[in-house]
Design a protein. Structure first.
Ligand SMILES: C[S@@+](CC[C@H](N)C(=O)[O-])C[C@H]1O[C@@H](n2cnc3c(N)ncnc32)[C@H](O)[C@@H]1O
Length: 397
């Protein structure tokens, strides 16, 4: 691998992002100035066919490493909070350099202008902080990372790349960083289920809190909140954005070990709802956001038929706390009705089914019709103009 190969790969990635429309004209020179590879650690992790996470060392496979550094994909940079469960194999992704398209799309919504001050939550590799530094001025960027090793590696990479004036804090980003507040913007690169009020408190009135948002059911909205003179924040979901969560707000994993006997005792029914209508965030984003808001503590996962060895699509709904579950099967060659099984103290399928019908009856409200309000008391979500279908949710901290 030569420097020229790296430069070429960097140019190709920027070109690709610009052509796809993800990269705006004002951010293009910024992406051109910051080579992503300079922030990718020597060891990254790749997913094997069997779903295990395996290390890939630059020294052992420099070509593959470079491909990953400039692919339009997330690069896994840490597993299991830095302590892989088994020797050399990871189970859960705990840090990554986010997918460049997602980084560019999120930065396009960043309202901060050169000279304004931003607090980034989730330093990770430091790449996004470097992009912010290149545009706003390095001294205007504070970034906070909970993992001391990641923070130290990012500090070093930022320094090497010439952005040593960026302040890299090791700490819990959910609490913001009061010593450097107020900020013009708080931009989180880790998703939340509940927006921490500290972010609102540390943003000047008129400033913005920009964060990926999701729940156990669906993680994939980008929330933009304006901070008011009264120090509350109000806003809506303005785009798609799927990020890992803050450590203390992790989603419940939809894992249950079931036996044939569990299936035999489950309640069986049929539905005409195709799982993609309620589970595929690309084609059913608005429905997924509504279900994420309306069906609490319900982890959803959907494997379409092309990913299944038997060619069958399977939707899972799981509430691991109560042990309740539901499963829907469908075959690509057969139209509905589809077979549903559900079991436990919660009838998860019934909950999803009725919330989906509520959403259809309400006129399929789009994701940007949900208003989020963040106050010291907590997060309040309300459907705008919902005279016919009044609905609102308050989650207190
Ligand atoms: C998707 S990665 C961020 C990517 C990063 N901005 C980059 O450019 O590489 C999310 C990061 O958030 C960090 N994180 C999780 N919980 C956190 C918390 N409470 N405070 C600060 N950082 C946190 C994770 O350790 C992880 O590094």
């Amino acid at each position: 691998m030569t420097a020229t190969e790296g430069q070429l790969a960097h140019r190709q990635l920027v070109e690709y992002l610009a052509e796809s429309g993800a990269l705006s004209a004002e951010w293009r020179p910024v992406f051109e100035a910051v080579p992503r590879a300079e922030f990718i650690p020597e060891t990254v992790w790749v997913e094997s066919d069997r779903g295990a996470l395996l290390p890939l060392r630059r020294a052992e496979d420099p070509r593959r490493w470079l491909e990953l550094a400039y692919a339009d994909d997330a690069v896994i940079t840490q597993v299991d909070d830095g302590q892989p469960a088994a020797e050399g194999t990871g189970r859960r992704i705990s840090s990554s350099a986010s997918m460049p398209t997602v980084v560019a799309q999120m930065l396009a919504h960043c309202a901060a202008q050169p000279g304004q001050r931003v607090l980034e939550i989730g330093t990770g590799t430091g790449y996004n902080a470097a992009l912010l530094a290149q545009r706003l001025g390095a001294g205007n960027v504070v970034t906070i990372e909970i993992d001391p090793e990641l923070a130290q590696t990012a500090r070093h990479a930022l320094k090497t790349a010439g952005y040593d004036a960026v302040t890299v804090v090791t700490g819990d980003g959910a609490q913001g960083y009061p010593p450097a507040a107020p900020f013009d913007e708080v931009l989180s690169t880790a998703a939340v289920q509940q927006v921490p009020y500290d972010w609102v408190e540390q943003t000047r009135p008129g400033g913005l809190v920009l964060t990926p948002w999701g729940t156990d059911y669906y993680n994939g909205g980008l929330l933009a909140l304006s901070v008011t003179e009264e120090h509350t924040a109000v806003g809506t979901i303005i785009d798609k954005a799927s990020f890992m969560t803050l450590r203390q707000q992790r989603f419940t994993e939809p894992r249950l070990t079931l036996t044939a006997e569990d299936d035999a005792h489950a309640v069986c029914s049929f539905t005409d709802i195709h799982p993609a209508e309620i589970a595929n965030g690309y084609i059913a984003f608005d429905a997924c956001i509504a279900l994420a808001i309306r069906v609490p503590q319900c982890a959803m996962s959907y494997a379409p038929p092309e990913l299944d060895a038997d060619g069958e699509g399977i939707l899972w709904l799981v509430d691991a706390r109560s042990g309740s579950w539901a499963r829907l099967h469908h075959h690509p060659d057969r139209d509905g009705p589809y077979h549903v099984l559900q079991s436990g103290s919660r009838n998860l399928w019934d909950e999803v089914h009725s919330s989906y019908h509520w959403w259809l009856d309400a006129g399929r409200p789009t994701a940007d019709r949900w208003r989020f309000t963040i106050t010291p008391e907590g997060q309040h979500i309300q459907l705008l103009d919902s005279v016919r279908h009044p609905v609102s949710f308050t989650e207190l901290r």
